[in-house]
Design a protein around this ligand. Structure first.
Ligand SMILES: Nc1ncnc2c1ncn2[C@@H]1O[C@H](COP(=O)(O)OP(=O)(O)O)[C@@H](O)[C@H]1O
Ligand SMILES: CC(=O)N[C@@H](CCC(=O)OP(=O)(O)O)C(=O)O
Length: 298
């Protein structure tokens, strides 16, 4: 006699069948996933994240992970008695801070993530922008206008960089060998200095260079919130500019949304800001019709 599947078993198959068109449509495409330092705190969430990435790889999508580590750099600087200041979500970085940022990002966090992915059954390759000439940085130039005198002056952020050139050769080689690249947002400049790059900016530049189909930014909020704390489920570049002018988008959300806009304007189908603390947030967003977080499209 044939045993009939239970209701639970059937609902499991429904989930897989619901995901089938997505597997088919995106097999062979690249997803860049940025894992923010704030989302990394919880080991359970980290394990779920690693499983999601390994599952993407298993269904034929090529995930490329770029990680942050802002809070972890902050903890290390505090332990060493060094203070940090931020301008528009960017850490003002002197030479000593750049060394510590490299140690925390390329050393501790990068290897921790590689470890989680290996435990989930993936083959991960830890890199920074320096490896294989992946990213060449240039110094970030920022100006600020004094509200009283209306005079504009240059704000020196020190060794804060942005990607000037991206050579994806090392990523292509890793992906061809079945590996998952895991990238720390540190790069060398033409001047030989080490630059600290905001991880969202790094992820956006890599997504553009790879022609990624999706950019996911995993953080510690449900997505982009309006002035009343309500989730904004869909945004475009015009709406984002308005929210920024109104002061609704501040701090760490500024580089995140600048990155989303740059990504969708350079051909990425969509960028999504998601809550990385929610179990399997990325799979839910991508493989089900329900969606989660804030979807940015052109
Ligand atoms: N409109 C907004 N909606 C949601 N978060 C916002 C908004 N404006 C500012 N933020 C801040 O941005 C933070 C996310 O950026 P950040 O701290 O850099 O995270 P991560 O380490 O994940 O990159 C949120 O925790 C929140 O404090
Ligand atoms: C220039 C700059 O601000 N660099 C960041 C790099 C890490 C980062 O971006 O981490 P999150 O994604 O966790 O915020 C920093 O020093 O904090």
């Amino acid at each position: 006699m044939t045993a009939h599947p239970s209701k639970t078993e059937l609902s499991k198959t429904e989930v897989l069948i619901e995901a089938l068109p997505y597997f088919q449509r995106y097999a062979g495409r690249t997803f860049v996933v940025k894992y923010g330092g704030h989302a990394m705190g919880d080991p359970r969430a980290a394990r779920d994240f690693a499983e999601d990435i390994v599952l993407l790889k298993a269904v034929g999508i090529n995930p490329v992970v770029v990680h942050g580590g802002g809070p972890q750099i902050g903890d290390m600087l505090a332990r060493l008695g060094v203070e940090s200041t931020f301008v528009d979500g960017l850490r003002v970085t002197d030479e000593a801070t750049a060394k510590i940022a490299e140690m925390v990002l390329s050393g501790a966090i990068n290897k921790e993530l590689v470890g989680w992915l290996s435990s989930a059954g993936g083959k991960a390759l830890g890199l920074s922008g320096k490896d294989g000439g992946l990213v060449t940085a240039r110094k970030v130039e920022r100006t600020a206008r004094d509200p009283e005198s209306n005079i504009e002056s240059v704000v020196d952020l020190g060794f804060v960089g942005e990607p000037a050139r991206v050579d994806t050769g090392v990523i292509d080689t890793a992906v061809a060998a079945g590996m998952i690249p895991v990238i720390a947002p540190i790069a060398g400049g033409e001047d030989g200095a080490t630059y600290n790059i905001n991880a969202d900016t790094m992820a956006g530049a890599i997504a553009a260079a790879l022609g990624a189909a999706r950019l996911f930014l995993l953080t510690d909020v449900a997505g982009v919130l309006d002035g009343n704390g309500e989730l904004l489920t869909e945004l475009d570049p015009t709406k984002i500019a308005r929210l920024r002018e109104d002061g609704v988008i501040k701090g760490g959300m500024v580089p995140k949304l600048e990155t989303c806009v740059a990504a969708v304007e350079s051909g990425c189908e969509a960028a999504v800001v998601l809550d990385g603390r929610v179990p399997h947030a990325m799979l839910l967003e991508f493989f089900t019709a329900r969606g989660a977080g804030t979807l940015v499209s052109a």
